[in-house]
Ligand binder design. Sequence first.
Ligand SMILES: [Zn+2]
Length: 146
Amino acid sequence: MYSEKVMEHFTNPRNVGEIENADAVGQVGNAKCGDIMKMYLKIEGDTIIDIKFKTFGCGSAIATSSMATEMIKGKTVKEALQLTNRAVAEALDGLPAVKMHCSVLAEQAVKSAVYDYAQKNDLYFEELEGFDPDEDHDHHDDHHEE
Ligand SMILES: [Zn+2]
């Protein structure tokens, strides 16, 4: 049911923890599975030089947060906004369909952290157009579990 990569990132997640004096913090959750994901970014210039996460949730949520942090560490903020849940799931060699909403959470957590960064620094990112960090992300399932 789960790929080796999912199992590997679940048992040995990267970038777990929190960053003191983080430049941005984002938190999202979904009611369906009870996953809560918190993401911390350290940003220098426009590059994400460090990233940490804390996920209270299922194995898929932990594996996707771990993979997502690996994928955007060292990237620019704008590049991080291009990260999709599909890309994270693919990097993990796939997720069971019923667990795709957990990968959506990773994408949303990154967006939520960048949103926080944009708010604090008075920045505008077109990728965040229409993004509401406080919405319930469950309804995204409709689009991602086909
Ligand atoms: Zn989950």
